[in-house]
Ligand binder design. Sequence first.
Ligand code: 3HC
Length: 313
Amino acid sequence: MSEELEQLFQEKIDQDIKIEPKDWMPERYRKTLIRQMSQHAHSEIVGMLPEGNWITRAPSLRRKVALLAKVQDEAGHGLYLYSAVETLGADREDTIDDLHTGKAKYSSIFNYPTISWADIGAIGWLVDGAAIVNQVALQRTSYGPYARAMIRICKEESFHQRQGYEITMTLAKGSPEQKEMAQEALNRWWWPSLMMFGPPDDESPNTAQSIRWRVKRHTNDQLRQEFIDMTVPQAEYLGLTIPDPDLKWNEEKGMYDFGEIDWEEFWHVVKGNGPCNKDRIKARKAAKDNGEWVREAANAHAEKKRQQENKVA
Ligand code: 3HC
């Protein structure tokens, strides 16, 4: 029975028929979706912290308004994705607790500090730029609710990337000191942005199966290469130097060759030892504790309404 069901399931995947919440699916498929989608949601929520740090320090009202809008968007992306995870039967509270206990991951990139305003430009340009490359592919993921969430999220990510690139362009075309700030931010964020796409394909325990199930439409290395090939010309236009002496256009392959990524640093950060990991989790736990009264009030109100409706019925 289950072999037949698995075969029918794979035929749907191979015909690009979306899998919907009420469809039969292998338990391992459901589990890997909960793993990836919940960690994606956690990344959106934790990702608000490094940028939120600059809302009160933005250099102008115009910059503050754009940054506020972006950070609010990220909160919405997180809630969107937590709702999509719930369609797989995962409990919201448990999902969020998994982040706080360290059971679940979130993107390594958000464990780096934002030490100048230029970092806010670099995050929009590079981090959201990398997220767009990854998320555009996820618009065609096999799980219906995840694919549909990505369509809306990608539209907002494009604004995030443009506002970041415009900040960086303003600095790069500004005074020598401003250009230096932009170059230092590029130096800080380039390699961690490449790490966002995950370990090399031959070291990724999930990629092969995720490709077979069309959870992923491209591999980590393919998306990383696409991001590099798209971003290098953008840096050149700004007159900024990518901090990779081995970066070189390969005419034969039609793509950039690039230097070795420090996977030791990557795993060091993923395992919780990055510059800001502890601060990020502490901030998320505090947000949950400080918001307890809101949840209690909302639940009490909902319960009272239910009792009144039952009385009337
Ligand atoms: N940070 C932290 N952990 C990472 C990671 C990263 N950058 N890249 C990979 N990992 C983890 C994986 O989660 C996996 O651990 P797990 O099995 O315990 O979950 C392990 O390292 C091995 O990696 P794999 O490549 O085998 O794992 P995946 O097949 O899940 O691929 C991924 C990793 C490419 C990140 C994939 O999960 C994915 O595409 N996720 C959806 C997109 C996403 O989460 N993006 C994060 C950033 S969101 C963002 O930037 C918001 C924007 O608004 C700024």
